[in-house]
Design a protein around this ligand. Sequence first.
Ligand SMILES: Cc1cc2nc3c(=O)[nH]c(=O)nc-3n(C[C@H](O)[C@H](O)[C@H](O)COP(=O)(O)O)c2cc1C
Ligand SMILES: [Fe+2]
Ligand SMILES: [Fe+2]
Length: 391
Amino acid sequence: MTAGIEVREGIYWVGVKDWARRSFDGLIPLPHGTSYNAYLVRGATKTALVDTVNPGFEGELLAKLTEVTDPARLDYVIMNHAEPDHAGALPAVLAAAPRAEVVLTAKGAEMAVRLYRVPEDRMRLVKDGDALDLGGKTLQFVDAPFLHWPETMFTYAVEDKVLFPCDFFGTHTAEGLYDDEVVDLTVRAQMYFGAIMMPFRKAGERALEKLSSLPIELIAPSHGPLWRHPERVLTLYRRRTAGETLHKVVVAYVSMWGSTERLVRVAAEALLRQGVQVAVHELAHVDVSDLAGELVDARAIVLGAPTVLGALHPAALNAAHLVRTLRPPLRYAAVLSSYGWGGGALRQAGEIFGPTGIEVVGTVEVHGAPGPEDEARAGALARTLAAKVTG
Ligand SMILES: Cc1cc2nc3c(=O)[nH]c(=O)nc-3n(C[C@H](O)[C@H](O)[C@H](O)COP(=O)(O)O)c2cc1C
Ligand SMILES: [Fe+2]
Ligand SMILES: [Fe+2]
């Protein structure tokens, strides 16, 4: 049995919980599943659905909608974001709601045509600040590009002070309806931020600036619990978009025969001794969200990687690529490596870090297994890095 849940008078959660989903975009593991939240907003004269759900859950969405209203009488479907986890049920909803117009940004319209073949005459384009009157309930639109794609916008229910930001402020978990019902939710929200929003920190800052003039009592994102304590996630996002970092170093390494690992152990302990917070991740088994969530507030990274076929070990290459593309607020890096004959790992690490603006403070490379002198070099490099991080 599925039912919509009234979260404010006339505002219903009609989303779907995908308890069993275990990965997103072939990239992000989902140990707690996720949810696709959609909301029905019913005014005195008009009714709007905010976002839809992932393909495959159309029936559940329509069943929940039907309990609250006759879908055939739906006036608007707000498409905050074109990605299929929120817009994928558009074709089914439009078929069930022949009167409904899709409300979206101009970029959203292009995507809605390309992805879902939404007819032009069923689209209503909106710009920043535009509003829809539902009768006693006003929906106002806030342009919020690149959170998470170029077309994204937020919807704000003016009288109820409810924000529908789609992916922004989301969490990948199927647990809980409200933020205070899930243990460690801010930790998970931080992992989500790292994996999904970190590359768009500047866009996030601009959006937060716009939101600062709106009174917000409830944040109703399209993944994870609703924030009835909005300040929890607003504070987190202010810090993370500003790129605030701690005296913290992420040590990310992989080692086939233990040589690189020995350098890593020496360096990690030297960092700890200098009073630096250290988070070590072994890359052969790393979870992208764990690593991304760790990088959001770290000031430096130590990459440990042997040479494989003239290049970085592929697991380290993947991590270095993530650093380059997720653009965490890292300021410094150090590289530890071992090779058997020609090397190549260091060269490739330099090529990847070079354009990022992250300063490579130093490298230690060992031919074969490290001796005491090599370990001493790794310790000295760690102390240099610690001085930068705490300086
Ligand atoms: C599959 C494989 C490929 C390798 N390719 C190279 C290479 O192209 N150039 C090189 O200098 N060493 C190469 N090596 C040697 C390793 O870099 C060397 O054994 C190194 O000490 C391993 O460090 P580790 O103990 O941290 O795994 C390769 C080793 C393996 C197992
Ligand atoms: Fe998205
Ligand atoms: Fe999403």
